[in-house]
Design a protein around this ligand. Structure first.
Ligand code: ADP
Ligand code: ZN
Length: 727
């Protein structure tokens, strides 16, 4: 037998290897194997097996991990092949999110346990005999910690008892579980509302049958999570597995808890912040069928589970489902729909603010729409007040806090209710300017301003991570008046502490959640009312469920609107509607204050009335006029590398290759310098391809891919299908 092997990390392309007879058993497409590649042993993945190869004198497979994969129906390999073709990347790369180095190299984790032998023994000291007597009641193996806790046995004593034959030492396997799962709560008992039950029934009747994907369009707080849980229960009862995708790790902790409370120990977590050991154990649990529910961020859609009956994509509009930076540049939501198709699983995309693509698909009948129109119980949607910051300035208030929001915060604190404040901007201040000579501080590697971070007094690039000490004098003119412009979340925190000295403030952003487990502890302490104000970036906008929150304030709603991106308005509306949805989830007293310099902008205006449909109707007109999604498909091709002239010239060639074949119904924009014209020292030029026909688009991109297979030295070409990142 031969195995065709692809490499997640090493070179692209497929290579044949001979499988020695003793490794043949259990070796299938998907099995990780170690093979010699350029005389080094490297881990790859089997993508097919065959009786023989056309190539002579094959090298041999060295090692195989056959317990890591089952795919008897070949549906997963089909899915992976579809991804490689659709997103234009080598097949091996598709395995990358799953088969990390650690996944294949790590063994299981064990602990030493000690079991009483019960033997009658001579030659024990008095103390040892007492210990042996006390241990007689124990019949399972105890760890060192347990022996110490229950029987006060020291390390020294344990060693003695083993050598005397009182205790037998052995190894027991332990499962490594990520933090989120270690804090289970009591299970919640719910009776679904009529609307929720209807939703469950209309989706659930399709289990095991071919069906269109469902769009569960339900307002914030309408109980979408309970609908998912009920569907998962039904699916598990039918003996089939479940995949649940949640957008980001900041959000998973709470959602995972809710699923675990309801479904018990059948859940395995998969996300990128897990340790390799945790990942390995989760995968093994899923492959072996010990766990039947995979829950996690984007890469969970790829887990090797064979009989999947239900795939849920929570907050389906969220952009974190798209992988921008690495191959495969996939959108987990779209892959979920394809996986449902290949594995005959019901797919549910849920959101209060669906992506225009999904909503359009539901309106045109490609998806099935299911709606939840009411908040649970007594809760209604919160009242939204929009504050025009231009007017504040006119009245002489130059702080970032409007008089109105300050009042509302005061009131809410006085009532001992909680507050969430959103400021979607990391760091202390946005940029620095020398008042004397006008010098600004740019990243030496990227075309962006450096951001001042007060902790560590440094200037940081948010694109490439470059950092330098903050200057006290201008390096250009030696002037001492350096102005810190704009408000970042650290400055906001400092100011809030000054204005509300008695309030307990928790800050949540990338900088406070860097270490493992930090996001969980911030959210847990807020849930337990140990903080009054949760100040955060978009991390706090999504999916969180805190009944104690009465007021939500958005400090600067228009931050995202300045990007040259046709989705800027959609994105702003989604963010505002999501964060607004955190207020008043228990009762009808929720209120939202949105501060902005652009109160008439449609995305902001629509937040006032929670009017997704009205907003969609307005926005969709210009999408159609300009042929943007959902009325077309996009591909973005970026040429990047050393030497601006070379990059520009090669980008022009790419554009030529795109337009060479006569293409009715396809438009090519560019090449032009990307918004991030420099990134990590590389110059970047972009072409945007639009077409109403996915087929025409794919064909044109394939043409570019083969034409640019070997770009000139120092240049690279990135292909991004259905891009969401327009920078
Ligand atoms: P969504 O995900 O749609 O924003 P959630 O599922 O978080 O909504 O539900 C909002 C709140 O209402 C939660 O606290 C949830 O426990 C509660 N809730 C929703 N439906 C029910 C129900 N049928 N019984 C009890 N509580 C419910
Ligand atoms: Zn940089």
């Amino acid at each position: 037998m031969i195995a065709r092997v692809a490499f997640p990390m090493a070179i692209p392309g497929l290579y044949d290897y001979e499988v020695p007879p003793h490794l043949e058993r259990g070796l299938v497409a998907g099995t990780p194997v170690r093979v010699p590649l350029r005389n080094r042993p490297v881990w790859g993945v089997v993508v097919a097996t065959a009786p023989r190869s056309d190539f002579p004198s094959l090298k041999k497979v060295l090692e195989a991990k056959s317990t890591h994969w089952t795919d008897k129906s070949h549906s997963l390999i089909k899915l992976y092949e579809w991804m490689a073709a659709y997103y234009h990347c080598p097949l091996g790369r598709v395995f990358r999110p799953l088969v990390r180095k650690g996944f294949v190299d790590l063994g299981e984790k064990t602990v030493a346990v000690y079991t009483p032998t019960g033997a009658q023994l001579a030659g024990l000291t008095k103390k040892q005999r007492q210990a042996a007597d006390a241990l007689r009641g124990e019949d399972t193996g105890l760890t060192k910690e347990e022996l110490l806790r229950r029987h006060s046995l020291s390390q020294h004593m344990i060693v003695r008892l083993v050598s005397k034959g009182v205790l037998a030492k052995s190894q027991r396997k332990v499962y490594r579980e990520p933090d989120e799962l270690r804090q289970a709560r009591g299970d919640d008992c719910v009776v679904l509302t009529d609307e929720q039950r209807c939703a469950v029934e209309s989706v659930g009747s399709f289990f095991g049958k071919p069906s269109k994907p469902f769009l569960l369009y339900g307002i914030t707080g309408s109980g979408k999570t309970h609908v998912y849980i009920e569907l998962a229960r039904t699916c598990l009862k039918k003996g089939r597995g479940v995949i649940i995708l949640v957008p980001e790790i900041a959000l998973t902790a709470q959602t995972i808890q809710r699923f675990r409370d309801a479904l018990g120990g059948v859940i395995a977590v998969v996300h990128s912040r897990m340790s390799d050991g945790e990942r390995r154990d989760s995968m093994e649990d899923l492959v072996s069928g010990r766990k039947r529910v995979a829950i996690g961020a984007r890469s969970a859609v790829l887990v090797p589970m064979e009989d999947v009956g239900l795939i849920v994509v929570d907050e389906e509009h969220d952009h974190s489902y798209k992988q921008n930076d690495l191959q495969p540049r996939y959108n987990a939501r779209d892959v979920a729909v394809m996986r449902g198709h290949f594995q005959n699983a019901v797919v549910v995309l849920g959101s209060a603010t669906p992506s225009f693509e999904s909503y359009h698909n539901a309106l045109t009948g490609k998806y099935e729409m299911v709606r939840l129109t009411r908040r649970f119980g007594a809760a209604t949607l919160p009242a939204v007040e929009i504050v025009d910051m231009n007017v504040e300035h006119r009245h002489g208030n130059w702080t970032f806090l409007s008089t109105y929001l300050r009042q509302r915060i005061d009131q809410t604190l006085a009532q001992s209710r909680q507050i969430i404040l959103l400021l979607n901007r990391r760091g202390f201040s946005v940029s620095l300017l020398c008042k004397n000579c006008g010098n600004t501080y740019m990243c030496p590697n990227c075309s962006v301003h450096l951001v001042y971070h007060r902790s560590g007094a440094s200037l940081k690039c948010h694109q490439c991570g470059y950092a330098e000490p903050a200057p006290s004098v201008c390096p250009k003119c030696r002037g001492e008046q350096i102005k810190y412009k704009g408000t970042g979340i650290q400055k906001a925190e400092e100011y809030l502490k000054e204005v509300f000295p008695h309030a307990r403030i928790a800050r949540m952003d990338q900088d406070t959640t860097r270490r493992k487990g930090q996001h969980v502890s911030i959210l847990t302490s807020f849930a337990e009312q140990e903080a009054d104000i949760l100040l955060g970036t978009q991390m706090v906008a999504k999916g969180l469920n805190f009944p104690g929150v009465r007021l939500v304030g958005v400090l600067q709603a228009d931050i995202g609107l300045h990007f040259p991106d046709f989705r800027a308005s959609e994105r702003t509306f989604q963010l505002l509607a999501q964060v607004a949805g955190r207020a008043g989830r228990k009762d009808s007293l929720g209120e939202v204050v949105v501060q902005t310099y652009m109160p008439e902008e449609p995305g902001i205006e629509a937040t006032r009335t929670h009017d997704f449909e009205g907003f969609y109707k307005r926005e969709i007109v210009s999408r159609e006029a300009l042929n943007y999604p959902p009325f077309s498909r996009l591909a973005r091709i970026i040429v990047w590398g050393e030497g601006e002239a070379r990059v520009r010239a090669y980008a022009a060639k790419v554009a030529q290759a795109l337009t060479r074949t006569p293409n009715a119904g396809m438009w090519v924009l560019g090449p032009s310098p990307a918004v991030l014209a420099r990134l990590n020292k590389a110059f970047r030029y972009a072409c945007l391809v639009k077409s109403k026909s996915p087929r025409i688009l794919q064909k044109a991109v394939s043409g570019v891919r083969s034409a640019t297979a070997k770009p000139p030295k120092g240049l690279k070409v990135t292909i991004d299908i259905d891009p969401v990142d327009m920078l």
